[in-house]
Write a protein that binds this ligand. Structure first.
Ligand SMILES: [Zn+2]
Length: 509
């Protein structure tokens, strides 16, 4: 642990404890004059566990970053490129003042105004290539923006995805080449400390990101942003369209990081699951993870799996991705899982996921925009009926032009979930987070979340927990964050007595 990081970790913990106590006694925030309190906005909403950092910031913020860096934008494909702004490009700064150009950039870099009958899948994934140049220099500023948004939505935790030291990982992979003997491949990466050099680079980048974040969020000033008291962790992305050596190297890097640096917790496979290479190498990728889990047993794994629909891939490809991710790929959480009803023996798969407490990360809006799946066609209700843990997430809220509040609103309005069910979704998102330590709850499908452990006899979220419970909270970050959320639920229930009674429908407010 670097000294910078030690300070960061300690101050994050130090911030948490007083905030818990202060938050428990703080009066509820008043509604802006003339506007009714929005039930879904005010609702405590756990943590966001499926969030890609560059896709999470708003498009307007990306334009600001591009303008600050003096970038240019091509006029045909609306792609951010480095200066000088030659023929066929315009300064990105023009998008700050020229309304028509600004609209063009916003439409190209997000789902704004995208026609319902268009190819949302291709447009959505293409946005990352268009705005990418604007993002990589400023992970700390982007994190501040995303963490502030999460805190404003009454969230308590964030796991966000980045591709750490991606250039160095790619170079190492290309130098080492592929070896189908994964054990030997891993040894080659470790030889002469090569992989550890990349790990060190990733950790140094994370230090720089922390510093940029703390400046952007005014953390070391008398008026720190809300982001400063929001604990966050990194999930390392692995591009599934790469060569086998690049995929394996990114996986090994992400898992080694997760064991060496507490700011990193897991790996995840990204890029379209229906891409040609992703489909061809799907089982190979799962075997790679299976092997690496034996080398890095403490690293967590969450996988985009089943982000598919009929017509996008051939029928056979719909039948095994989620099961393979959960079994061979050792995934503790599944991202999307939309095609689950097309899997072979899907009911036994769901039973298995329920038994092993493998959670599904559900971003309704992303699924609607990319896959055109929503309402009854979405397996959300089926997962819940089968006792599979479900957590709501945003995926790429900047691209989708939504916030986590919109996901909870949809769960309430489209699926008719009442307050207690929404509260359990929020609790599930902290329970299935990769935060270290034990949580507050035992969970049973029939009884839901019940307090367990040293804090079981306390009023959950109380400002003055007993000695044993306080000691437990200090030792277990997961429980500590859950405690903060329970305090928020108590305040919420005090101000929304009508809507939170059993059987009440939030939509009737
Ligand atoms: Zn995703």
């Amino acid at each position: 642990m670097t000294p910078t990081h030690l300070i960061g970790a300690l101050s994050a913990l130090a911030l948490l404890v007083p905030t818990t106590a202060a938050a428990a006694t703080a009066p509820p925030a008043p509604a802006p004059p003339g506007r009714p309190v929005d039930f879904f906005a005010a609702l405590p909403k756990g943590g966001d566990l499926h969030n890609h950092l560059s896709g999470a910031v708003s498009t307007e913020f990306l334009i600001e970053l591009a303008a600050d860096d003096g970038l240019c934008v091509t006029t045909d494909t609306t792609t951010a490129v480095t200066p000088p702004c030659g023929p066929g490009t315009r300064p990105a700064a023009d998008a700050l003042t020229d309304t028509a150009f600004r609209r063009q950039v916003i439409r190209a870099w997000s789902m704004q105004d995208f026609p319902a009958d268009g190819n949302g899948h291709d447009h959505f994934f293409a946005t990352f290539g268009k705005f990418g140049e604007a993002t990589w220099r400023h992970p700390g500023r982007m994190l501040a923006e995303v963490a502030n948004t999460a805190a404003r939505q009454n969230q308590f935790y964030l796991e966000t995805m980045i591709s750490p030291a991606s250039g160095q990982a790619r170079d190492l992979a290309d130098e080492v080449g592929y070896d189908a003997d994964l054990d030997r491949m891993h040894d080659k990466l470790l030889a002469d400390g090569a992989l550890d050099t990349v790990v060190r680079k990733a950790r140094a980048d994370a230090d720089a990101t922390d510093t940029e974040f703390r400046t952007a969020a005014h953390c070391d000033t008398p008026r720190p942003d809300a982001a400063c008291s929001l604990p966050y962790r990194w999930i390392s992305q692995v591009g599934r369209l790469g060569t086998p050596e690049r995929v394996f190297t990114q996986m090994a890097l992400g898992m080694r990081l997760a064991e060496r640096d507490p700011r990193f917790v897991a790996v995840n496979l990204v890029q379209p699951e229906d891409g040609e290479v992703a489909l061809r190498d799907y089982r190979l990728h799962m075997r790679m993870l299976n092997y690496l889990k034996t080398r890095y047993p403490k690293a967590h794994i969450t996988l985009h799996a089943g982000e598919l629909v009929p017509g996008l891939v051939k029928p056979e490809d719909l039948t095994f991705h989620i099961r393979e991710a959960a079994r061979t790929g050792r995934a503790e959480r599944i991202g999307h899982g939309v095609s689950v009803l097309h899997e072979d023996r899907w009911e036994s798969l769901m039973r298995d996921m329920a038994d092993r407490r493998i959670a599904v990360e559900v971003p309704f809006h992303s699924n609607e925009q990319i896959l055109r799946v929503s309402g009854d066609a979405h397996p959300f209700a089926t997962y819940r009926r089968h006792g599979v843990p479900v957590v709501l997430a945003t995926d790429d809220p900047g691209v989708s032009r939504i916030e986590i509040t919109d996901e909870y609103r949809r769960a309430g309005e489209m699926y008719g979930l009442g307050y207690r069910e929404l509260r359990d979704l929020a609790r599930a998102s902290l329970e299935h987070s990769f935060l270290p330590g034990r949580g507050l709850w035992s969970h049973d499908v029939r009884t839901g979340y019940r307090p367990a452990g040293p804090c079981a006899g306390e009023r959950q979220g109380d400002g003055r927990p007993g000695e044993r419970c306080a000691g437990f909270l200090n030792r277990n970050l997961k429980a500590q964050v859950q405690w903060r959320q329970e305090a928020a639920f108590r305040r919420f229930e005090a101000t929304h007595t009508h809507a939170t009674r059993p059987g009440a429908r939030p939509g009737t407010l």
